[in-house]
Design a protein around this ligand. Structure first.
Ligand SMILES: *Cc1c(COP(=O)(O)O)cnc(C)c1O
Length: 316
């Protein structure tokens, strides 16, 4: 395993939500990866400490990735590339979707993450909206083109999710106090995969709340988890290992949901803490729903805040 390069401020705070706990009648804590202190925060800084170390070790001079226009990963990657003196190339679509799961068109200001990503000097190629598969193919084509031009290219998968990316979350689990339940948003899978492995064999439950509607999300999490296990020479697992809930996605990936927006406002007005509309607000809506159903009887629950605040400007 490469040694990580320091990018974020660790450990991030983890504190009790006093008013929220009282109102919900549960013992609720929050892990503040919105405060990773790098490029406006977020969970991707953790993965990037490893991914950039690997890129540097391999003598890479260009990183190519892809994502949605509002990608939090590309924002944090662009900053990490600036720090490491590596060219950052991102191929983006406004709201990519899985075939058959195209979301409704949503009003979008176009500012938020992309504005900031540009400040970090990333080279962004915007494609017409389409499927994830079309986006991945365009990313691969861009990588091949730059490689032919003589660049030493690393292609980093969507969201920085790979075994190495997930390893950062296995490490991050060491920052937590004792708890019974962890709730985190899930999209490209490394946060859930890393945390699940950290608590394997322990009573602590890790619940991922999906930000993507497609059932195949479970396969993405599984692939990342097994890549991580391969790195550590652990046996493979199957999809039943993960507690992944898909009922809080709302209209689709990259589109705010009514429940998420309500959860976002509730936390903002109860604790003065902001969530993002695409991932953490939907996950927090899931947590509120479980709390109301009495799923957390007497348990200590940690909500893993993954960041994403700049996206608030895209959907306000
Ligand atoms: C990327 C991201 C997630 C999802 O994390 P994964 O490890 O990709 O599953 C959740 N919240 C925010 C704000 C993100 O940017």
């Amino acid at each position: 395993m490469v040694s990580p390069i320091p990018l974020i401020v660790k450990p991030t705070p983890c504190h009790r939500l006093e008013r929220a706990s009282q109102q919900l009648g549960i013992d609720l804590w929050i892990k503040r990866d919105d405060l990773t202190g790098f490029a406006l925060g977020g969970n991707k800084g953790r993965k990037l400490e490893y991914l950039m170390a690997q890129a540097m070790a391999d003598g890479c001079d260009t990183i190519v990735t892809c994502g949605a226009t509002e990608s939090n990963f590309i924002r944090q990657l662009a900053a990490a590339c600036a720090v490491c003196g590596i060219r950052c190339v991102a191929v983006v679509m406004e709201t990519p979707y899985e075939d058959g799961f195209a979301p409704p068109t949503t009003p979008h200001t176009g500012i938020g993450n992309p504005t900031i990503t540009q400040l970090f000097g990333a080279d962004i190629h915007v494609l017409p909206n389409g499927t994830w598969d079309a986006l991945f193919a365009a990313m691969d084509a861009k990588s091949a083109e730059l490689q032919r031009g003589g660049a030493n290219v690393h292609t980093i998968p969507i969201g920085g999710s790979s075994g190495l990316g997930a390893y950062a979350f296995l490490q991050a689990a060491d920052e937590l106090p004792a708890c019974d339940v962890i709730v985190c948003p899930t999209s490209s899978g490394s946060t859930l995969a890393g945390l699940q492995l950290a608590f394997e064999g322990f009573a602590t439950r890790v619940i991922g709340i999906a930000a993507d509607p497609e059932p195949a999300l479970k396969d993405d999490v599984l692939r990342v988890a097994n890549e991580l296990r391969a790195l550590l020479e652990l046996p493979e697992v199957d999809a039943s290992t993960f507690d992944l809930r898909r009922e809080f996605v709302g209209p689709g990936y990259g589109v705010p949901s009514a429940e998420g927006d309500a959860a976002l406002r509730w936390l903002a007005q109860t604790e003065g803490i902001l969530l993002d509309p695409i991932y953490s607000a939907k996950a927090f809506a899931g947590l509120l729903d479980m709390a109301k159903r009495g799923d957390f009887n007497g348990e200590t629950v940690v909500f893993w805040h993954t960041g994403g605040i700049p996206a608030l400007w895209a959907f306000c």
